[in-house]
Write a protein that binds this ligand. Structure first.
Ligand code: AP5
Ligand code: MG
Length: 215
């Protein structure tokens, strides 16, 4: 079963997916993380994707199809939290057409306003070694600029620079918001107010997902 975790850049998709993974044993499939791994590995796909990501633009659908199908195959038979896909209506249709085990059970939208999104993205820091995510104010690493989990150096994601954030938020409004209408039309859209404290959002999200299992 797949649960799509949707929301703007900085809405907390990665943060909440990680919490759900440790608490519930679900699998997180993040297309952004998968693409960053491809870039690190200097694969052909990574090299092709890199320029788009640096600019805050969407990577072409045919590359995402390769990333998605490989990730779904690797997590077969598990409950998957899909973070970062679909990001346009074409991708939503592609996912729907996969059918079978890859059927989407719900699209949970972490809804956060623009001012808060910018504050979250501008203060985010990530570990260059293990990818753990922090925030200079809301969730600082324990030891200055060193990752609490692995001791690696903590840096700003290149696409969190102010001009790239503006592009990403614009792309989200134009291309990804229609995906929410797509899932509303399918009757599987759920909204969670993502603008509150991390643990409160987590509690709500957990209830929504537990409700799906009972339904
Ligand atoms: P991706 O990595 O998916 O980035 P994104 O969607 O822009 O989302 P973010 O990772 O920035 O935000 P998040 O919602 O995970 O927030 P987080 O939990 O970190 O994609 C990157 C790029 O890859 C795209 O721009 C595109 O180029 C490409 N790509 C990926 N998928 C694609 C696709 N399907 N098609 C085409 N291209 C694709 O939280 C953010 C910060 O806020 C953190 O510092 C965190 O500590 C803090 N925070 C989180 N929750 C709270 C809270 N409740 N209160 C206070 N602070 C909080
Ligand atoms: Mg993320």
């Amino acid at each position: 079963m797949i649960i799509v975790l949707s929301g703007a850049p900085g809405a907390g998709k990665g943060t909440q997916a990680d919490l759900l993974v440790s608490d519930q044993g679900y699998r997180k499939v993040s297309t952004g993380d998968a693409l960053r791994n491809q870039i690190k590995a200097k694969s052909a796909l990574g090299l092709e994707a890199e320029g788009y990501m640096k600019e805050g633009k969407l990577v072409p659908d045919h590359l995402l199809f390769k990333v998605l199908t490989a990730e779904l195959e690797a997590n077969k038979g598990r409950t998957i939290l899909l973070d970062g896909y679909p990001r346009n209506v074409n991708q939503a249709k592609t996912l729907a057409n996969l059918g079978g085990e890859s059927q989407v059970r719900a699209c949970v939208h972490l809804d956060v306003g623009q001012v808060e999104l910018v504050a979250r993205l501008s203060g985010r820091r990530v570990c260059g070694a293990c990818g753990a995510s922090y925030h200079v104010e809301y969730a600082p690493p324990g030891d200055g600029d060193k990752c609490t989990k692995c001791g690696g150096g903590v840096v700003q994601r290149p696409d969190d620079a102010a001009d790239k954030v503006a592009v990403r938020l614009d792309v989200y409004q134009r291309e990804t918001m229609p995906v929410l209408d797509f899932y509303m039309g399918a009757g599987i859209y759920k909204r969670v107010d993502g603008a509150r404290e991390t643990n409160i959002v987590f509690g709500d999200l957990k209830k929504v997902i537990e409700g799906l299992a009972k339904a």
